[in-house]
Design a protein around this ligand. Structure first.
Ligand code: PHE
Length: 362
């Protein structure tokens, strides 16, 4: 008869010797599998005499249980060892400094846009918007700019090639934010209107103080009894708030725009006698802010307003110019070159994001 004890110690040695799960599985099959040594032994029970079976049965089954138990224990051991090895291999050194976080900054134009919107919000103005690709009709015709007006000539305006779905309507890249006046009036249907509209504008032009894409902020107020005094007060309050000074001096020059009558251009007294510096409120120099005027009767009528009852004022100032002046930026084109060094220098910190090592990312 097979030496059960010898077989058991042989199998248990194999189990202990199995270095990983596949090896252990091979040992299991060799013992307990269909053709395994233990299974073969158990199969012989049927051939034994009842007498022998009585003693052999518990022995054989004891062997089977001992092997199964040893395999289970070894399996758990191997899994523990595998986990330990993984933990040892994948440790994280939490004392290492973290990789620097590169946070963005607010572009000066965005910053100025936010400042202006906040100032006008305090004065009760809402924000109105219009598209960059604008109807020729809103950019020009409804603003009383007749088809033969010089502002329509090719050197000023980017014309947009006809697109399917235009239904014959000509489009341009808006040359100013004034078409938003038309949109605001058509949308409101009736006064009172008090809106500003900051946004991108386009003209065929490029040098140190002109960029083919630039920004304007338009203001429009329409109601009963609106007069030039309201325009002057609004421009004054806005400039004081934007340039953060209490005492400013404004100068209004007569001007011409087809969509305002009378039309005025505003200058602000400044001192540029020291190179690279500008001071507001004193000095013998004047800084151009932009155009304005009382909304032309025809424009009100083109937008369905009763021009015998309502009047309004509007102005359109150059946003980039104001940003250049307030933050001392010499070349308008640098705003739009996406030079990261420039943006880091002139951009405004967006958020202070704490890094893991306790520093602040910039
Ligand atoms: N749209 C004019 C320009 O671009 C400015 C302006 C706006 C003038 C509103 C009068 C009223 O120059």
């Amino acid at each position: 008869m097979t030496d059960i004890a010898a077989l058991q110690s042989e199998i248990l040695a194999d189990i202990q010797g199995a270095g990983d799960e596949p090896a252990l599985e091979a040992v299991r099959l060799a013992a307990l599998g269909k053709k395994g040594s233990v299974s073969a032994l158990l199969a012989t029970l049927g051939t034994l005499s009842p007498e022998d079976r009585k003693t052999a049965g518990p022995l054989f089954n004891g062997l089977k249980d001992a092997v199964a138990q040893a395999i289970g224990a070894r399996k758990a051991q191997l899994a523990d060892a595998a986990l330990d090895a993984r933990l040892a291999a994948e440790t994280v050194d939490v004392s290492l400094p973290s990789a620097p976080l590169n946070s963005g900054t607010v572009h000066p134009i965005s910053q100025v846009l936010e400042e202006i919107t906040a100032i006008f919000a305090d004065l009760g103005f809402a924000v109105a918007e219009g598209p960059d690709v604008e109807f020729d009709d809103y950019n020009f015709t409804k603003l009383n700019i007749p088809p033969d007006h010089p502002a329509r000539q090719m050197q000023d305006t980017f014309y947009v090639a006809p697109q399917p779905g235009d239904q014959g309507a000509a489009h341009v890249l808006r040359t100013h934010t004034s078409p938003v006046q038309v949109r605001a009036m058509l949308a409101a249907g009736k006064p009172p209107i008090r809106v500003i509209s900051p946004g991108r504008t386009y003209r065929v032009d490029s040098d140190a103080t002109h960029s083919p894409m630039f920004h304007q902020v338009e203001a429009l107020v329409v109601d009963e009894g609106i007069h030039l005094g309201h325009l002057k007060w609004t421009v004054e309050e806005f400039c004081k708030a934007f340039f953060e000074i209490d005492r400013i001096e404004l100068r209004a020059r007569p001007s011409f725009f087809p969509f305002t009558e009378p039309s005025l251009e505003w200058d602000m007294r400044c001192d540029r006698s020291v190179r690279g510096q500008i001071k507001f409120g004193t000095g013998n120099d004047w800084l151009e802010l932009g155009g304005s005027g009382m909304v032309h009767r025809k424009v009100l009528e083109n937008c369905g307003f009763d021009s015998t009852r309502y009047t309004g004022f509007a102005f359109g100032f150059g946003l980039d110019r104001m940003a250049m002046l307030k933050y001392g930026i010499p070349d308008i084109r640098s705003f739009f070159e996406s030079d990261l060094r420039w943006l880091k220098h002139y951009g405004f910190a967006a958020l202070d994001i704490p890094t893991l090592d306790g520093g602040l990312s910039r």
